[in-house]
Design a binder for this molecule. Structure first.
Ligand code: SAH
Length: 273
């Protein structure tokens, strides 16, 4: 039987906030319009104009990201400096659909299509911190989704392997990760229940979809002493965020908090399991 240690840590619901981009852009836009006018008289006009909205946007995203780091992560107990630096630098808005970019740094999950979600920043940070990563680690992620968590991991460890069951999400994630220049990751389309035997064993495993129990193949692919973090529980019921450490082959489980994740699909749903 796994030993259970309780580490209750209450997760408050995300506090939605409004980006200060409206105020910000009001000041910037007249200048931008004037600059655009000037640029019209010069060359190369088109390249400069194409760059303008991106620059205006990136300034408001930077301030939203700062709020996310200070209030939603550091302010709620995230301490890992490398993790905070990674999330402070990562353009989360590029991982969400275009129409949701203004909300990309709110501390709440967002829809990324196909009925799936990108986890809220605090949960991404909390789960990552629980993995106790080292720079030399090789990590397996189940549920690539938007690829945001994959990028956070890629900033911190030597190699990340991530499996996604929906091809369209995996393809989009790959494009974003490639465009940001990451080289230390590999994505696979498939059922994460089976893990990635050829790339294992892994120093840490992160499952970002909920299941009633730890998939056995994943447990086998975890290195002795390694951590597996996942939401344990049924769909639409309260799930528990757990961390299982492999100790002499056996799981030592710590229970952290109530969470709500989309379910792990595929083999684990079959009644025979
Ligand atoms: N880590 C993601 C959040 C993903 S939400 C991010 O940062 O955006 C969970 C993801 O798990 C969804 O994209 C869903 O399609 C995927 N998923 C569900 N069942 C799966 C399975 N059996 N194998 C791999 N991925 C699965």
């Amino acid at each position: 039987m796994p030993r259970i240690a309780r580490h209750e840590r209450k997760i408050e619901s995300g506090v939605p906030f409004v980006l200060n981009s409206a105020r910000h852009e009001r000041g910037v836009l007249p200048v931008a319009r004037f600059t655009a006018l000037l640029l019209l008289l010069t060359t190369p006009v088109y390249a400069a104009l194409a760059d303008l909205p991106r620059r205006v946007n990136s300034e408001s995203f930077i301030s939203a990201r700062r709020v996310m780091i200070e209030r939603d992560l550091r302010g709620r107990g995230i301490k890992d400096q490398k993790l905070l630096a990674a999330m402070a630098a990562l353009p989360r808005h590029l991982f969400v659909p275009e129409q949701l970019r203004a909300s990309a740094y709110d501390d709440r999950p967002l829809a990324i299509g196909e009925g799936q979600t990108i986890s809220q920043p605090y949960i991404v940070a909390f789960m990552t911190e629980l993995l106790r990563l080292k720079p030399s680690d090789k990590v397996l992620e189940i549920g690539t989704g938007s690829g945001y968590q994959t990028a956070v991991l890629a900033e911190l460890v030597a190699a990340v392997y991530s499996i996604e069951i929906l091809p369209s999400l995996s393809e989009r994630a790959k494009k974003v990760l490639d465009s940001l220049g990451y080289k230390n990751f590999e994505l696979k389309v498939g059922d994460g229940f089976y893990g990635w035997d050829e790339r294992g064993p892994f120093d840490a495993i992160l499952v970002t979809a909920a299941a009633p129990k730890i998939p056995e193949p994943l447990w086998r692919q975890l290195r002795e002493g390694g951590y597996l973090v996942m939401p344990l529980g049924e769909e639409r019921q309260t799930q528990r965020l757990i961390r299982a450490r492999k100790s002499a082959g056996q799981p030592v489980i710590e229970d952290f908090s109530a969470v709500l994740f989309v379910p792990l699909r595929g083999a684990i749903e079959k009644p025979s399991r």
